[in-house]
Design a protein around this ligand. Sequence first.
Ligand code: SF4
Ligand code: MG
Length: 331
Amino acid sequence: MADLLRVHNLSIEYASSRGVVKAVDEVSFSIGKGEIFGLAGESGCGKSTTAFGICRLLRHPAKITGGSVQLAGTELMALSDEEFDRLRWSKMSIVLQSAMNNLNPVLKIRDQLADTILAHEPDARKEVHQRAEHLMRLVDLPVDRLDSYPHELSGGMRQRVVIAMAMALKPSLVIMDEPTTALDVVVQNGIIRKIMELQKEFGFSILFITHDLPLMLEMCDRIGIMYAGKLVEVTAREQILHEPRHPYTQGLLNSFPSLSGPKPRLAGIPGHTPDLIRPPAGCRFYPRCSQAVSQCQTLQPTLLQDKWGQIACHLYSEEGLSREQASAARE
Ligand code: SF4
Ligand code: MG
């Protein structure tokens, strides 16, 4: 599969009163054309910050301190704000958790959709209302809702409008950060089904972010697991479902009862995520890891590629145990 998005060594920091927080630390991954890629991890692990960095929505004091983000070969970090604005919505669109962050409260839905289209296609003026109607149908909303203001719609309807807007210019990548988290389960299911339907129809790639691991495992082709600002494992959905490798991934899976049948007691992961101002010198998961080996405390594992995907853990690196030894050590 050809890569559409390539993120290489992306680092994001922000200053706090106690010091510099390394929120995202040299994160690298790629997303193929038409692929649904998920970023998972506990809150505060850096997954949303990564997404915001990619689409240049970081707010002061957060800033990108290094790395590269390429979309279809274009280096996004090198674009001026103007150039980036041209690309936003047309090549890459964004669906955030709260639709109100995407929608302008004082504009009717019709005008928001029209403005988005016309900002990129000024010649579309004649057909713009027709296109807005088509977009409403695409997300199963009644066309007469085009004349509503955002506050006159339910949360689920607003999120559908945002998805319609994200589709308006047929982007190749849609970034979705917790797109259904604020909604109740029934509404959430309907929207996820709709997203999957649209993805099949138009073939765009998705960077999907959620703390809801079961949902992620249902939707995504490949998944990146983040821990304390680091990407610790990237692998196919099946691999994570059937043989999670990284000790943190295993712990995360054990926190969800429905994934691998009934469990007498939810294991969870004891301890807390580390302070990102002074992260542990070795593996960031070391203080919570029950499988740590001698070098874990002092030596940071690097993300290595093997035939199962990418993994950053001494149990799977040359200095550590082989995969077979690691799996024997777990038994
Ligand atoms: Fe555990 Fe060591 Fe692997 Fe970190 S590198 S997850 S401490 S085994
Ligand atoms: Mg978040």
